[in-house]
Design a binder for this molecule. Sequence first.
Ligand code: 5GP
Length: 209
Amino acid sequence: MSNNKGILIIFSGPSGVGKDSIIKKIFKKCPNLELSVSCTTRQPRKGEINGKDYYFLSKEKFQNMIDNDEMLEYAIYCDNFYGTPKTKIENDINNGKVVILEIEVNGAEKIMKKCLGAVSIFVLPPSMEELENRLIVRGTDEKNIILKRIKEAEKEIQKAHIYDYVVVNNNIDKCSDDIIKIIDSESRRVLQNRNTIERVLLSGRNNKL
Ligand code: 5GP
């Protein structure tokens, strides 16, 4: 009998809200989840590894992937392309896995329209002031880039209402636990468990009576 179908989890939130740290916490507690590795044309930051954090591509290579229909979605964010490669996700979903896509809102919106069973979660900062502080303290971007990211954050937060769930990152442990609870409930939906029901029905009795 085939597996239950997997679940696509769209995970978004403004730059600096703590998505990477939240994802690390979630994967520590739930190592069976899959994380989709995106492609980007932005330069790697210090410590980022090609193939682990992102596939860092030239604009030409990224365009080739779009032309060959190898992207599930893509978007331009702060002058760079970001996109989700298709094949691995399709295989993972067919194999019953829960796959997390960490993507910005325009790409998320495309996937919500394309993949109707996808579950979407938006992470909010406690306030805009706190978001700005986190971006400054992170120290990975120049001042002009931080300003761009804050402008982008305002636009993104205005679109939070299109998501299924909203979680505030006041405290990273609480926030990642809340997200794990959402994933857990979603994986118990009847629609996700058709094959489990069938398996139990077909499993047979002991005939001891
Ligand atoms: P960063 O440059 O900080 O790594 O990412 C910038 C933004 O791009 C983040 O909001 C991140 O979630 C988003 N992003 C990362 N990968 C993808 C992707 O494959 N598709 C889309 N649409 N956005 C992505």
